[in-house]
Design a protein around this ligand. Structure first.
Ligand SMILES: Cc1cc2nc3c(=O)[nH]c(=O)nc-3n(C[C@H](O)[C@H](O)[C@H](O)COP(=O)(O)OP(=O)(O)OC[C@H]3O[C@@H](n4cnc5c(N)ncnc54)[C@H](O)[C@@H]3O)c2cc1C
Length: 440
């Protein structure tokens, strides 16, 4: 029997922003490669987000260095469809070798020869290297405390689209990072009664003294932090670019009608139980917010920046009733709750990657994306190299590092190959390229 086997130097799995950035840097390095995508380019931005989502950072910042957002003011927050269009256009402009509609189902190391065998929905590929760029926000996580009550509609923010999608009634949103807070605010504006369960978070000011927070985090070096502050592992960031962008202020949300509750601990016989940590979580969020203002003020003074003063940014509104007397529990039926929305994050699925690149708990084992199994790379993971790693602007720099590493490894391997090729054959070996051959 004859089978078509495509060979390539580097196979990139996934054509979201990580895969596209990877392809750009491999192209610059002259590394033959293929990008395989099971859906469409930037599918996550197109179909795995709610309808009203806009980028959390302004257009001048949440982009790759090589292209600006067309027809967009640099300070605008780009709607998700246009983010997807941007990455499609970006891939086209350097003719990224992307094949869409191809699912990578299995990657195994070759035995007794270098490289990997890659099984896909469209045949087999032999690759010297594989970059897993399949996304960090891939598999929605709903914690095991979720009640088993068939009368309740329960969904993850990955499946939330708009308020009309939900049955009539009040909504409990669990999780108050960017997703939970934005969804809660949208539902509240749509006239729903909303309960928002708030855990540990940071909530930077949208802008301070005339500069967006993404700029402050940049100049203060915070996007480049290489390690998390100890104890902040479970702290989520609450920001929004919705409606032109504004600072997330939980007390203001409460003034607008949202009932804040502490971290959701369990459900029991139709009753939700909350941790007595609402005040502490809000206080820690405020402290983080104020420390950012301090850092910004110190930076402005040190550099003699004449930015407008903004003392009102330091005013924390008084605690609303739901913070003064927080609910310890809530009878869901009595409160009219018909829907629970889980804004509880994502996990990754690397079941297709059968290589020795994971630690005992199944997490990718790597250094700045270079996996413990030689030839395997991870890209797009939170804190891959720094705080900015899973974001649009950060992944581009991580992809550059990985492409440099790949080029370096190819250099080592080519050194003796070249000497041996000269000693055994008069003509030079053909450069390694992506190609398909028929083998018996
Ligand atoms: C709600 C939300 C809002 C966000 N907002 C912002 C923001 O405003 N600014 C910002 O910088 N970041 C934001 N992020 C973070 C991050 O930028 C996005 O999640 C982004 O989509 C990650 O890009 P990626 O390429 O790493 O992964 P993805 O975009 O998820 O791309 C991975 C691709 O791999 C494909 N794939 C997966 N498995 C396989 C397989 N086995 N074979 C073939 N293909 C496969 C998928 O179909 C997908 O297209 C947000 C994240 C979320 C969840």
């Amino acid at each position: 029997m004859k089978v078509d086997i495509t060979t390539t130097d580097t196979l990139v799995v996934g054509a979201g922003q990580a895969g596209i950035a990877m392809s750009e840097h491999l192209t610059r390095q002259g590394v033959p490669h293929l990008v395989l995508e099971r859906d469409r380019v930037a599918e996550s931005w197109r179909t795995r987000r709610w309808d009203s989502l806009v980028a959390n950072g302004p257009a001048w910042h949440d982009r790759f260095p090589g292209m600006e957002f067309p027809a967009m003011s640099p300070d605008d927050f780009v709607p998700k469809e246009q983010v997807a269009d941007y990455f499609e256009a970006y891939a086209r402009h350097f003719e990224a070798p992307v094949r869409t509609g191809v699912d990578v189902t299995r990657v195994t190391p070759n035995q007794g020869r270098p490289g990997f065998t890659v099984e896909t929905s469209d045949g087999t590929i032999e690759a010297q290297r594989v970059v897993a760029a399949t996304g960090a926000f891939q598999t929605p996580v709903i914690p095991s405390i979720a009640p088993r009550d068939v009368r309740l509609t329960q969904l993850h923010t990955a499946d939330y689209r708009n308020p009309e999608q939900l049955p009539d009634g009040a909504v409990l949103v669990v999780g108050a990072g960017s997703s939970g807070t934005q969804v809660a605010a949208e539902l509240n504006r749509a006239g729903r009664k909303v309960y928002l369960s708030v855990g540990p978070h940071s909530r930077p000011p949208r802008a301070y003294r005339g500069r967006d927070f993404v700029w402050w985090l940049g100049v203060l070096g915070e996007w480049d932090n290489e390690v998390r502050t100890p104890g902040s592992e479970h702290v989520t960031i609450a920001v929004t670019g919705a409606r032109g962008g504004y600072t997330i202020d939980f007390r203001r949300l409460a003034e607008e009608g949202v009932t804040l509750v502490g971290r959701t601990e369990k459900f029991d016989a139709g009753v939700a139980h909350f941790a007595p940590d609402l005040r502490a979580n809000l206080d820690a969020g405020d402290a983080n917010y104020l420390s950012m203002l301090d850092g910004a003020d110190a930076y402005a003074e040190r550099n003699g920046l004449e930015l407008p003063l903004e003392p009102e940014a330091r005013i924390i509104p008084p605690d609303p009733e739901c913070v003064v007397n927080p609910l310890a529990d809530l009878d869901l039926a009595r409160a009219g709750i018909t829907t629970i929305i889980w804004a509880t994050g994502f996990s990754q699925d690397y079941a297709w990657l059968e290589v020795d690149a994971f630690d005992d708990s199944g997490r990718p084992s790597h250094q700045r994306g270079v996996a413990s199994e030689p030839g395997i790379y991870f890209l797009g993971l939170p804190w891959l190299s720094r705080r900015g790693s899973s974001f649009i602007w950060g992944v581009w720099h991580d992809a550059k590092h990985i492409a440099d590493h790949i080029a370096k490894m190819r250099g080592y391997l080519a050194h003796y190959d070249a000497i041996e090729a000269v000693s055994t054959a008069p003509e030079r070996a053909a450069p390694f390229d992506s190609r398909t051959q028929r083998v018996s």
